[in-house]
Write a protein that binds this ligand. Structure first.
Ligand code: CUA
Length: 434
């Protein structure tokens, strides 16, 4: 029988199209989340090497099975003088074969299991590795290079603690206040093994920076054993939450910025400081904190005023409104009990869960369009739950529309732009996502 009689042209065309789609789907070039390109550090290398061995074994098995299928297909094909009911000799059951194809894969899987467990153990291996950081002005800090990674709907918080005992707390609620807090962007020094303590404030998320290591679930109420990452080269490494966590799961991204040690020390020094205000603006804040009500002069002072009245019940901004912010107050407003600390907003590459640039990677300019659009109507830019949890529970899961006026928007954008030092041109350029 000829092939064309069995499959008409239309069926063949559809099959051809599907095959082409499957083939093209494998073409992702330099996609940011490619697990097998731009690998950095020993952890990613270890996973890659293990994965390769499993793949080599799978290739051999695949080739043997495909070969056997093709061989039998050819050997027992219908030949010219076939008559209805003319079957080759049939048989049923073969103990030797059954035992063979049960034991062989079991042995193979057992061998792979031994290597899986050993790779896992090595990825979880923990060692003390304190780094002496010399901050600007000569102050020294001893940092056991760990970062507490906290997922919540739909952004990541990164905490740095310079007292190693703090990390023995094991549970999020027992952690003392962090020395340094960032959102959406984790900054690490190159050539250092960084341990991540991954946890969550609400539902299960999964933290994944493909170039630097595999993924690790962020489970509420639990701080899992540390997960290590290391970058060999300065640059920006992309990540994405990989556990479905609700409406904006796909918009829960993050970037790891790896810096040379000097640059990292400068970054830490800057992050320890409040917003750098000019003397007049600082005096304005001091007057407000003292309970006076001077009228604001200029964009920044109006921005400070708006921030204090509209933003400070959820967002911390040191040097501008820390007298108004408290964890308890945030917990009354938000399900996760946390909102990004905005003291160093302008030092970051991305905002709103890593989906908008703070600095445009093409022009290097502050992305005031998206910052303004976000402040004006967050739901238009990123799906969130627009309503409070329930009639009895008024807490929100995302940023509400604050109904800001054009003037308030201008002032807040100006304030956010001076909150933190602009990253280097190299980092801004690298932060671009294709
Ligand atoms: Cu968080 Cu998906």
């Amino acid at each position: 029988m000829r092939v064309a009689e069995r499959f008409d042209r239309r069926t063949l065309r559809v099959l051809g199209f599907i095959a082409l789609m499957v083939f093209l789907a494998a073409c992702a070039g330099d996609a940011e989340l490619d697990t097998r390109t731009d690998l950095q550090g020993p952890e990613a290398a270890e996973i890659e090497s293990f994965l390769n061995w499993v793949l080599y074994i799978a290739y051999v098995i695949g080739a043997v099975i495909t070969g056997a299928v093709l061989y039998f297909w050819w050997k027992f094909r219908v030949k010219g003088d076939y008559e209805e009911g003319d079957w080759p000799e049939q048989s049923h059951g073969n103990n030797a074969l059954e035992i063979g194809w049960t034991i062989a894969p079991a042995l193979l899987l057992a061998v792979i299991a031994v290597f899986t467990i050993s790779v896992h153990a090595s990825l979880n291996d923990r060692e003390d590795n304190p780094i002496n950081l010399e901050l600007t002005g000569g102050e020294m800090k001893v940092w056991e290079p760990e970062v507490v990674v906290i997922g919540q709907q739909w952004w990541w918080e990164y905490q740095y603690h310079f007292t190693p005992e703090a990390l023995d707390a094991q549970r999020l609620e027992n952690l003392p206040p962090a020395d340094l807090v960032t959102a959406t962007q984790m900054v690490i020094p190159v050539g250092q093994e960084i341990e991540l303590e991954v946890t969550s404030r609400d539902v299960i998320h999964s933290h994944w920076i493909p170039s630097l290591n595999g993924k690790r679930d962020a489970v509420p109420g639990r701080q899992t054993s540390p997960w290590k990452i290391e970058a060999d080269e300065p640059g920006v490494y992309f990540g994405q939450c990989t556990e479905f966590c609700g409406l904006s799961h796909s918009r829960m991204r993050m970037q790891v910025v790896a810096l040379e040690m000097d640059d990292f020390e400068a970054w830490v020094s800057a992050q320890m400081e409040p917003v750098a205000l000019e003397a007049g603006d600082q005096a304005y804040v001091e007057a407000l904190v003292a309970g006076e009500s001077p009228s604001p002069e200029g964009t920044i002072q109006r921005g400070i005023n708006t921030f204090r009245t509209k933003c400070s019940s959820c967002h911390m901004m040191e040097g501008v409104a820390e007298d108004l912010w408290s964890e308890e107050r945030v917990a009354e407003q938000l399900v996760a009990g946390a909102a990004p600390n905005l003291t160093h907003f302008a030092s970051r590459t991305m905002f709103a869960g890593g989906i908008y640039y703070v600095w445009d990677p093409d022009t290097g300019q502050f992305n005031d369009n998206d910052v303004r659009a976000w402040l004006q109507n967050p739901f238009a830019l990123k799906e969130n739950y627009t309503d409070p949890v329930s009639d009895e529970d008024s807490r929100m899961r995302g940023m509400p529309n604050l109904g800001l006026t054009t003037q308030e928007l201008d002032d807040l954008v100006a304030l956010l732009q001076i909150a933190g030092d602009k990253p280097s041109d190299f980092i801004i350029e690298q932060s671009g996502v294709e």
